[in-house]
Design a protein. Structure first.
Length: 73
């Protein structure tokens, strides 16, 4: 794959990582808010775990793309 295309993918992957981190942050805030108000947090915590798993996936994908970029330098 050409390096221009890889760099394009890397930009997209970086955007996905930022979005995933933001989702985790916001959901963590929701969990804390629910807990502070004495509300049930089980579902919100499960969703937070899902978002954390997604963050790991997008970070791993970004790392793979980054490795390919370095190989093509």
């Amino acid at each position: 794959m050409d390096s221009a295309k890889l760099r394009e993918y890397l930009v997209m992957a970086d955007q996905n990582v930022r979005k995933a981190k933001d989702r985790v942050r916001r959901q963590g805030e929701r969990v804390k808010e629910l807990a502070a108000n004495g509300r049930e947090t089980k579902t919100a915590q499960a969703q937070l775990q899902d978002f954390e798993n997604l963050q790991t996936i997008v970070e791993t994908t970004r790392d793979i793309i980054l490795e390919e970029v370095y190989k093509n330098l």
